[in-house]
Design a protein around this ligand. Structure first.
Ligand code: SF4
Length: 196
């Protein structure tokens, strides 16, 4: 046993006793740390969402500030796994755990971009413009290329000149509806971003 003076012995014993007494009264360091975290999120708005990265589609809770106050700039301050979500029960893999950095990344694209035929640059357009353009081009292509019957008279109702890449951050219900819409248009080339 290491040499210890009488003075050192009482100093160590006193500190231990004070620490254990405080712990008995509820002042444990872990409780104190948990309080700090709770204060950080107390006034935040909770929004439930789905991790966009892969087909596991884990549920997340996003905490934001400033979205209900006047003259305050809204910002997402914290993202964690949703403990009530049946897929992940509050857990996230390292990619999902880094979602806050993804949200705040300066290189994250937050609007549609369009590059005109022959152009060497992309330009920002609104969501309305983008969706109108996609709908118009799909309609034109389907009208021109839809095949209702083959040469021998078999009904096929297929549209082979258009393909769809769906997003992975979808619930089962959204995936089911997306599948129904795409197939009802006659599209066969249909895949999911989660496999890319
Ligand atoms: S947290 Fe990980 S496993 Fe879950 S959906 Fe996101 S990337 Fe996939």
């Amino acid at each position: 046993m290491a040499d210890i003076t009488r003075r050192q012995f009482f100093a160590v014993s006193g500190a231990t006793l004070a620490g254990s007494s405080l712990a008995l009264m509820g002042f444990s360091p872990s409780a104190a740390l948990a309080e700090v975290r709770e204060f950080k999120l107390t006034r935040a708005t909770e929004t439930r969402n789905t991790c966009p990265y892969c087909a596991v589609a884990c549920g997340v809770v996003m905490y934001s500030l400033g979205d209900t106050a006047k003259n305050a700039k809204e910002a997402i301050i914290h993202i964690e796994g949703d403990p009530d979500h049946p897929v992940n029960r509050g857990t996230l893999c390292p990619k999902g755990a880094g979602l806050l950095d993804f949200v705040h990344s300066p290189s994250r694209l937050t609007h549609p971009e369009y590059r005109a035929p022959g152009s060497d640059h992309w330009q920002s357009i609104s969501w309305d413009e983008a969706l109108d353009r996609v709908a118009k081009l799909m309609k034109e292509d389907r009208d021109a290329n839809f095949i209702a019957r083959t040469a021998d008279g078999s009904t096929v109702n297929r549209w082979l000149t258009c393909g769809i890449l769906a997003a992975s951050a979808s619930s089962n219900e959204v995936g089911y509806l997306t599948h129904k819409v795409i197939r009802s248009l006659g599209i066969l080339a249909f895949d999911n971003q989660a496999r890319v």
